[in-house]
Design a protein around this ligand. Structure first.
Ligand SMILES: [Fe+2]
Ligand SMILES: [Fe+2]
Length: 177
């Protein structure tokens, strides 16, 4: 049985998604041919579904998940950041997110700890942080090995809507059963 709905997910992140800084993530490549915005939506949506299922804070998971890679540069470009991207980008993403949005402590920890255990001292301190941390790794693998390509069409954001519709129709099927 699928918990949560695409509409509820959309409402959780609507104000963030409408913001130009979040939209600008569409310009940057994350893994393979997946943009950073698509990756963040992917992570946010699955984290939302998992937290909804366990009655955890699905709103924080969705919002923190969407902002977790708000570092706002192409990490494939040489000298794109100070230090090593893998270690430094959670703090950059957090600084950017704090600049544009009011975050809860939980959302801050989700962003800061999503690369754990690489960032050893930035521990996931909430269940939702652990969910986003794991969803990020699974999504990164799926994207790198091309599985996401099969799920979405070329236009950005259409594939997440497809995922949302799939979740809705499965919820409908399980209600009808
Ligand atoms: Fe990241
Ligand atoms: Fe990520």
């Amino acid at each position: 049985m699928i918990h949560g709905s695409a509409e509820e997910f959309r409402l959780c992140v609507k104000d963030l998604l409408d913001a130009p800084c979040v939209q600008s993530m569409q310009r940057f490549t994350q893994h393979g041919d997946v943009s950073t915005l698509e990756h963040c939506l992917f992570v946010a949506f699955f984290s939302y579904l998992i937290c909804h299922k366990f009655r955890w804070d699905f709103r924080a998971a969705a919002r923190g998940g969407l902002l977790h890679d708000l570092f706002l540069y192409d990490w494939h470009t040489p000298h794109c950041c100070e230090g090593l991207h893998g270690f430094t980008h959670p703090r950059t993403a957090l600084k950017n997110a704090q600049k544009y949005f009011v975050l809860t402590r939980q959302e801050e920890n989700i962003i800061l700890s999503h690369m754990w255990p690489l960032t050893l001292r930035a521990l996931p301190r909430h269940r939702e942080s652990i969910v986003v941390c794991c969803a990020d790794k699974v999504c990164a693998l799926l994207e790198t090995f091309g599985y996401v390509r099969r799920l979405r069409r070329r236009e950005s954001l259409r594939w997440i809507l497809l995922l949302c519709r799939m979740a809705e129709s499965q919820a409908g099927l399980s209600r009808a059963a």
